[in-house]
Design a protein. Sequence first.
Length: 365
Amino acid sequence: MTNSLGLYIHIPFCEKKCNYCDFYSAFYNKDTLSVYLTALKGEIKKWGGKLDRPIDTVYIGGGTPSLLGEEIIPLLDCVKTNFTVLDKAEITVEANPSSSDDFLEFAKCAGVNRLSIGVQSGCDDTLKTLGRTHTSRDAAITVQKARELGFDNISLDLMIALPDSNLQTLKNDIDFILSLNPEHISSYILKIEQNTAFFKKQDALNLPDDDDSAEQYLYMCDAFEKNGYNHYEISNFSRENKESRHNIKYWLGEDYLGLGPAAHSCLDGKRFYYPRDLMGFIKNPQTVYDGEAGGKQEALMLGLRLSRGVDLSKIYGEIPEMIRKKINLLENAGYIKANLPHISLTNSGMLISNSIITELLGDYL
């Protein structure tokens, strides 16, 4: 582990809540955004004074960070004033596809060098079902504009196992994503969360069953791998050396600081978070202790998300015979690749990772 730190900044504003989204957000208001940024910069200054550690990744997520407009410039200036941001730091911002705003230009001026664009689908009807406000054309125009501005590290989001989906609709979406030639792809199976519009009407949604969802996931993995993307994490694919350096910190159990309502942190062996309360953050930002970080269970749970897998000798020491037997069964079933003490999940294993982790934890950790 190095002394460097990842910094996450939450922008909790949306013009419209997507039908599937359970992330913390509030409806956009220009005046509220202004006072929020004042509070946020106060926290940046406070933590910059507390921590004498360089920043090597910055991730601005949401919500809808592109609603920042030109305010992204003074926001990142504040980060650079109060922290030592390394010259080769990865600086990511999430952006909604749009053919009309100037946010990408402001982001480039601010020093952003990586974009995460929420495409989700290449089908306009599907985008409407999801509650997205953009079209496939908007997505293509946004990527093209980003290229023209000089962005050479672009990640696109794709959702699979959507309402009314099948392998053909998935193929169409994959072809659309590949046509935009991103350096990185994040692809997620739709999960119906409580407190979402989809949850309230899920009985009316024509969702694929578990077997069909699994088939879509494996098809998607194969398609991206055949097109030169490394499947380096359960939901993430990248060209060579284009993995999300910030997100890898989470999976390796490295330190990061999260600022904003609902943002979580892991620092010096402790986890804490800001409550999901926008006005509380604006008036008096306070963090809540969330337990000790690290430990063998966490190392196994997070490490197996990565295709590189884990070294079980660092978790168990001497691997218990019962765990060896379970590994042998899982390997024979095609869920694990094992070269003990090292193991990793296959694509099929990634589909049932929670069950596998539960089996390997057993009564031993």
